[in-house]
Ligand binder design. Structure first.
Ligand SMILES: Nc1ncnc2c1ncn2[C@@H]1O[C@H](COP(=O)(O)OP(=O)(O)OP(=O)(O)O)[C@@H](O)[C@H]1O
Ligand SMILES: [Mg+2]
Length: 341
C-alpha cells in the first residue's frame, strides 16, 4: 500500500504537486492520469525518495522509502527507462541492482526471461531500442519480487505485442494481491488495464475513483439512432420531449434516452431504424471532460481537418459546450512557468 498525506512539491513559485492525499491499494491496477505537466512523475519521484516533498509525506507499507532496508524487495519502479549505465550489459545492470539489495543471482535470469530479454542479456544497453529499454526497466522493477510496483509510462515505445504483454503482466501482478500503480497517456490502454483511477491536474487531485464510476460521472451516455426518415424521426422525438442532436454522419444522438423506449416510440410511428444503439462514453472522453480546465500545454495553430474535432472523436456539439475548434486555438494558457512538450 502507498499512502500520500498532503504531499506537496514546489519548484520556485511553481507548485508541481499540490496537497495530494490518496492511498494506492493492493489487489487492483491503479491508473495515474493527468495532462502533461500535471505532476505525475514528480509525485512518483517523491514516492521513491528521489525528490524531497516541500510538505506532506509518502509512506510505503507504513514507512518512508528511506527507512526501507533493501527497498527493491518492497517496491519496484520504472520511472525513466534511459536511466541506466549504457556501458553495462542488461545482465550486469540487473546483477548490480540485485547485489545492492541482497537479491539472489538467479532472479536476474528469471526477470530477463519474464521480460523477453534473455537473448540480449549480454549486450550493452546503450544499443537497446526504446522498447527494449522499457523491458529492461520493468525487469529491474520486478527483480526484488516486491509487493508494490510503480510504472511511469511503461508502454512508451512498446510494440502492440509488448503493450499486450505489459497489460497482462500488470493485471497478473495485481491479481496476486500486489499494489500496482501505473501512469499512462494511452487512455484506451488504461481503460483495459486499470480498475481504479487517480486523476490529477496542475498538481491537484481531481478524482480518486473506480474506472466505471469515473466514466459514468465525467461523461455522457447516449443512444445513437440512424434512420432513412430523419425528418419524421426528428419530429417524433421532439414531440416526445427529447432533444435529438444530429451528427456529421447523419445519425441522431439522444442524451438521457433509453434505447428500448426510443425503439418503441419509433415503432409506434412506423419509422424504419437502421441503428439503435446505447453508447457508453470512453475513458478518453471522460478524461478530457474532467481535465479540460487543467490542461496547461495545448497544441495550437493548425486547424483540424473537417469532421475531426479537437476533443473526443465524433462528439456532437451539445448546447452549452465549448466548441472544440475554440480549444485548438488556445495555447500556453498558463503563461510561461512550465515546460513545453
Ligand atoms: N526538477 C524540476 N525543476 C523545476 N520544475 C520541475 C522539475 N520537475 C518537474 N517540474 C515541473 O513540475 C511540473 C510537473 O512535472 P511532471 O514531470 O511531474 O509532470 P507529468 O505529469 O509527469 O507530465 P508528463 O505527462 O508530461 O510526463 C511541470 O510543470 C514541470 O515543469
Ligand atoms: Mg511524467
Amino acid at each position: 500500500m502507498i499512502e500520500l498525506q498532503g504531499l506537496t512539491k514546489r519548484y520556485g513559485d511553481k507548485t508541481a504537486v499540490d496537497n495530494l492525499t490518496f492511498t494506492v491499494r493492493p489487489g487492483v491496477v491503479t491508473g495515474f492520469l493527468g495532462p502533461n505537466g500535471a505532476g505525475k512523475s514528480t509525485t512518483m519521484r517523491m514516492m521513491l525518495g528521489l525528490d524531497n516533498p516541500t510538505a506532506g509525506n509518502v509512506r510505503i507499507d507504513g514507512k518512508h522509502y528511506a527507512q526501507l532496508s533493501e527497498p527493491l524487495k518492497y517496491i519496484g519502479a520504472l520511472l525513466d527507462a534511459k536511466a541506466i549505465h549504457g556501458g553495462r550489459t542488461a545482465y550486469n545492470h540487473l546483477l548490480c541492482l540485485a547485489q545492492s539489495n541482497r537479491i539472489p543471482r538467479h532472479r536476474v535470469d528469471e526477470v530477463l526471461d519474464t521480460v523477453g530479454l534473455t537473448a540480449v542479456a549480454k549486450k550493452r544497453s546503450k544499443g537497446f531500442s526504446l522498447g527494449m529499454g522499457q523491458r529492461l526497466g520493468i525487469a529491474g522493477a520486478l527483480l526484488g519480487d516486491p509487493e508494490i510496483l510503480m510504472f511511469d509510462e511503461p508502454v512508451n515505445g512498446l510494440d502492440p505485442e509488448g503493450i499486450h504483454w505489459i497489460r497482462n503482466l500488470m493485471k497478473g501482478l495485481a491479481a496476486q494481491g500486489r499494489t500496482v500503480f501505473v501512469s499512462s497517456h494511452l487512455m484506451s490502454e488504461m481503460a483495459l488495464t486499470a480498475e481504479h483511477l487517480i486523476v490529477i491536474g496542475r498538481g491537484r487531485l481531481m478524482a480518486d475513483t473506480s474506472m466505471a464510476e469515473f466514466i459514468e460521472k465525467n461523461s455522457r451516455s447516449y443512444v445513437r439512432i440512424r434512420t432513412p426518415q430523419p425528418e419524421r424521426l426528428k419530429d417524433v422525438l421532439t414531440a416526445a420531449g427529447f432533444t435529438p442532436v444530429t451528427t456529421s454522419d447523419g445519425t441522431f444522438e439522444i442524451q438521457d434516452g433509453d434505447a428500448a423506449q426510443l425503439g418503441e416510440l419509433a415503432a409506434q410511428h412506423q419509422l424504419v431504424l437502421h441503428e439503435l444503439s446505447p453508447q457508453r462514453a470512453s475513458l478518453e472522453e471522460a478524461f478530457m471532460q474532467l481535465t479540460a480546465e487543467s490542461v496547461e500545454y495545448h497544441a495550437g495553430g493548425v486547424a483540424p481537418p473537417p469532421g475531426i474535432d479537437g476533443g473526443a472523436a465524433g462528439m456532437p456539439q451539445a448546447a452549452g459546450q465549448q466548441a472544440p475548434q475554440q480549444q485548438w486555438g488556445a495555447q500556453w494558457r498558463d503563461s510561461g512557468t512550465g515546460k513545453g512538450k
